[in-house]
Design a protein around this ligand. Structure first.
Ligand SMILES: NC(=O)c1ccc[n+]([C@@H]2O[C@H](COP(=O)([O-])OP(=O)(O)OC[C@H]3O[C@@H](n4cnc5c(N)ncnc54)[C@H](O)[C@@H]3O)[C@@H](O)[C@H]2O)c1
Length: 436
């Protein structure tokens, strides 16, 4: 198989993050702690995962990070933007995810990450009010200011490469429309302060203009519009999204493929969550919740394919609730009641009570995306990176195909993409050769 040239990861990799909140501080603090040997990068495929190459009898299973030469954790430099001035240490303390003794051991490193003033507009995140915000004559001017921030960040830290991962709040629900259709229409919209362009899109635009790969961790439209896809192709930069797959949806995409593979019917799936962090507060606003709900609901429909299995999934009632409940902080509780049916239609129930830590599940995703997007850029890949669907609740994909939500197919796609890049045989799991 043809091998793709992947430039070696020389020098430092900058990771720029809009949103210095629970997820991003847990990610940054985690990387600092791992660098100091204080903890293990549990949950990170790039740091702990291996990849089988060749036949099962070949015994070749290198670490993924060695196989595709990913940037090392020691070469990562962090920066970001927020509407609050708290540095990464203060923000991490307020987020309350990681314990003080751990944070205090890396205080100096965390204090060095001070957010730059954000591009923000309260119309898109109604529950938040912050003063650490850029002023500009229009959206275009704000995009230019972000491009200048990126340039300065590169220069100050002597960076070879930069990636951007959106870890800021969920914005209100926006329908794709004319202004999102072409790059020309989008750029006109930037000049005209078009209200269908949200701040997250301005960050994405600035990143791509500056040659910086972009991943969207929230369910916002952001890079999931033709104008931004066009820009990513034009500038030759990879993009990925959207909405980190953690918690309840992760469980759904683990369980649902199992039910379907055994032809077990599902008549109802009721999911409810209580959480008390800032994300929960933002999602308490019905317009932000609508964006999240659309992202969470699409998963089951796509995995279970009711149009192919009407008798098993045609009448599935799927409901998702999120309730803001401050006492829980980031340690949310997600309940699922799943009504399933088996042989001759006999009903059964499954109850899941997941006492989960959202940011603990999200942080390794941020790390993997930063490293894989950087590698994709070094391999000359541009546009939508569907092989990174593994990390997202609503994977973005080419027009005319449906999204792949099944976690196990997503993992196979990811690993086969790596094998393909390195000129190794793809693994089909056929295995007939062992019985010749
Ligand atoms: N934690 C998870 O498991 C998980 C899973 C999927 C998606 N997400 C998404 O990731 C995002 C971050 O989650 P979190 O728990 O860290 O939330 P958070 O509220 O703790 O942090 C978000 C931060 O973004 C800042 N912000 C808002 N708008 C901004 C803007 N325009 N520019 C710069 N900063 C801005 C806020 O001030 C806040 O500090 C949310 O959109 C959330 O929905 C989280």
């Amino acid at each position: 198989m043809a091998k793709v040239d992947i430039a070696e990861p020389k020098g430092k990799l900058g990771v720029l993050i809009p949103g210095i909140g629970a997820v991003s501080t847990t990610f940054i603090a985690g990387v600092e702690a791992v660098r100091k040997g204080l903890a293990e990068p549990v949950g990170s495929l790039t740091q702990m995962g291996t990849i089988r190459l060749g036949k099962r009898t070949d015994n070749r299973s290198p670490m993924i990070k060695d196989f595709v030469s990913l940037a090392g954790l020691e070469d990562m430099v962090f920066g970001g933007w927020d509407i609050f001035e708290d540095d990464c240490y203060e923000a991490a303390v307020k987020a309350g995810v990681l314990e003080r003794p751990l944070l205090d051991g890396i205080e100096k490193e965390l204090r060095a990450v001070k957010p730059m003033p954000a591009v923000f507009d309260n119309r898109y995140v109604k529950k938040l009010h912050g003063e650490h915000v850029k002023k500009g004559k229009n959206w275009r001017d704000l995009a230019d200011q972000l491009i200048e921030d990126i340039r300065r960040f590169r220069e100050t830290h002597g960076l070879e490469r930069v990636v951007m991962i959106w870890c800021a709040s969920t914005e209100i629900y926006i329908e794709p429309s004319d202004v999102h259709k072409t790059l020309a229409a989008f750029e006109k919209g930037l000049e005209a302060n078009d209200e269908r362009i949200a701040p997250s899109m301005i960050y994405a635009y600035a990143a791509l203009k500056a040659g910086v790969p972009f991943a969207n961790g929230a369910p916002n439209l952001t890079v999931d519009i033709p104008a931004i896809v066009e820009l990513s192709q034009e500038t030759g930069v990879p993009i990925a999204g959207k909405d980190f797959k953690t918690g309840q949806t992760l469980m759904k995409t683990i369980l649902a493929p199992g039910f379907k593979s055994r032809m077990i019917g599902v008549s109802g799936w009721f999911s409810t969550n209580i959480l008390g962090n800032r994300d929960g507060e933002v999602l308490d606003d019905p317009e932000s919740f609508k964006t999240k709900e659309a992202s969470k609901l699409s998963v089951l429909e796509h995995i279970l394919q009711p149009h192919l299995y009407p008798g098993l999934y045609g009448d599935l009632y799927h409901k998702v609730r999120i309730n803001y409940y401050p006492p829980r902080g980031d340690n949310k509780e997600g309940w699922d009641n799943i009504d399933i049916f088996g042989w001759l239609g006999y009903p059964m129930q499954i109850k899941i009570d997941f006492l989960c830590r959202d940011s603990i599940l999200a942080a390794p995703i941020v790390l993997d995306l930063a490293l894989f997007l950087d590698m994709a850029a070094r391999a000359g890949m541009s546009g939508i990176q569907e092989w990174l669907s593994f990390y997202f609740k609503s994977p973005i994909h080419a027009r005319g195909i449906y999204a792949e939500h099944d976690l196990f197919i997503q993992l196979m796609k990811l690993k086969n993409t790596l094998r393909h890049l390195k000129g190794e045989d793809l693994i089909t799991h056929l295995g007939l050769e062992y019985y010749d």
